[in-house]
Write a protein that binds this ligand. Structure first.
Ligand code: NAD
Ligand code: TYD
Length: 352
């Protein structure tokens, strides 16, 4: 069925994978990609679809309510996949307000515009909010986050995402706006901006820079290949039950130090360096303020109810990801020029 779909944040890491999947797999849909092109948004991520007849890029900011209202009036969207966000915990510690504007105000602007446009006719309409497992807070040595785990966000980033999740549910309960939500664990893969752990490690090894390891290095994350997250988003958009939430994760927990050691060994092999060379560059640095100890997802609901399971094992996914960065040196050079240097200096300058 022909539909107009708005994807927000489609020039970012996960959004660009979702845009490409939707444009390629659904020729009957017209995909509108709305993105402000902040430091994290990059149209180079979308080369593959930029000339597709069912794709339109729109530069704009979700914080600008009159602009958002006009956009909904002009295009009569049937569905929204909302990924635009400020997404990095360390940046949220440096500049929390940016997160409040984009993640909270921006989300309410989209909800309000959808509510006004869809008033009285919810048939075939859906507002899909993409969120993070970080809203659930931090786990101890055991246990997993389920969809009913109480919210306990602890960074400005996770608090702003938690707030946006609550607002999405409030629009469902109060105005019957048809919504669906998902909370996913840490993603990895090509096109991720080198401020998050995995691309920072690859970039630093390649350039002979120290690898910054926060605190004792025993913090644990549950890593999912971004292509599998994009597939989950597709499944939830088409098969998810309105009003429901789905946790998405890869059953793939790693302590940071173990993950980085593995990456060092793979990179040494691929770069023809002597075994152990990169491990020697791991540098323990001052910990992140309020650092969450462990995240881990129970993804059984989406697996049982919607039939989604991750397609890629981590051993293959991490090789594939490292190969992508090594083959896309130019992409990495482009995104790490200019403003990136200023951020890196501010974030790591005194530490490494
Ligand atoms: P990203 O930072 O790579 O991309 C965010 C995109 O949003 C960028 O293209 C940016 O230009 C755009 N954007 C930012 N502010 C905007 C604004 N005010 N108006 C319009 N566009 C704006 O983020 P990502 O890692 O791709 O994450 C996408 C979504 O998935 C986020 O909502 C994030 O909370 C969620 N998520 C991310 C992860 C992860 O591991 N990266 C895990 C779970 C959930
Ligand atoms: P990150 O990729 O920022 O994701 P998040 O904090 O949202 O889970 O960080 C993943 C883990 O790696 C987290 O425990 C912080 C740690 N980390 C480092 O040790 N060094 C770094 O340079 C970065 C960016 C992260």
């Amino acid at each position: 069925m022909a539909k107009n779909i708005l994807i927000t944040g489609g020039a970012g890491f996960i959004g660009s994978h979702v845009v490409k999947l939707m444009v390629n797999n659904y020729p009957d849909y017209h995909i509108y990609n709305l993105d402000a092109l902040t430091y994290a948004g990059n149209l180079e991520n979308l080369r593959e679809v930029e000339n597709a007849p069912n794709y339109t890029f729109i530069k704009g900011n979700i914080v600008d309510a009159p602009f958002i209202n006009k956009l909904f009036t002009d295009h009569q969207f049937d569905g929204v996949m909302h990924l635009a966000a400020e997404s990095h915990v360390d940046r949220s510690i440096l500049s929390p307000l940016d997160f409040i504007y984009t993640n909270i105000i921006g989300t309410v602007n989209l909800l309000q515009a959808a509510k006004e446009q869809w008033k009285g006719n919810h048939e075939g309409k859906l507002f899909y909010h993409i969120s993070t497992d970080e809203v659930y807070g931090s786990l101890g040595e055991t246990g997993l986050f389920t969809e009913t785990t109480s919210y306990d966000p602890r960074s400005p980033y996770s608090a702003s995402k938690a707030s946006s999740d609550h607002l999405v549910r409030a629009y469902w309960h109060t105005y019957d706006l048809p919504v669906v939500l998902s909370n996913c664990s840490n993603n990895y893969g090509g096109f991720q901006f080198p401020e998050k752990l995995i691309p920072v490690v690859i970039n630093n090894i390649q350039n002979g820079k120290p690898i910054p390891m926060y605190g004792d290095g025993k913090y644990t994350r549950d890593w999912l290949w971004v292509g599998d997250h994009a597939r989950a988003i597709d499944v939830i958009f088409h098969k998810g039950v309105v009003g429901e939430t789905y946790n998405v994760g890869g059953h793939n927990e790693w302590k940071n130090i173990d993950l980085v050691n593995l990456m060092c060994d793979i990179m040494d092999r691929k770069l023809g360096r002597e075994e152990g060379t990169s491990r020697k560059t791991i540098t323990y640095v001052k910990d992140r303020a309020g650092h969450d100890r462990r995240y881990a997802i129970d993804a059984s609901k989406i697996e049982k109810e919607l039939g989604w399971v991750p397609s890629l094992q981590f051993a293959e996914g991490i090789e594939k990801t490292i190969d992508w960065y090594l083959a896309n040196d130019e992409w990495l050079k482009n995104v790490t020029s200019g403003a990136y240097q200023a951020y890196y200096e501010k974030q790591y300058g005194e530490r490494v």
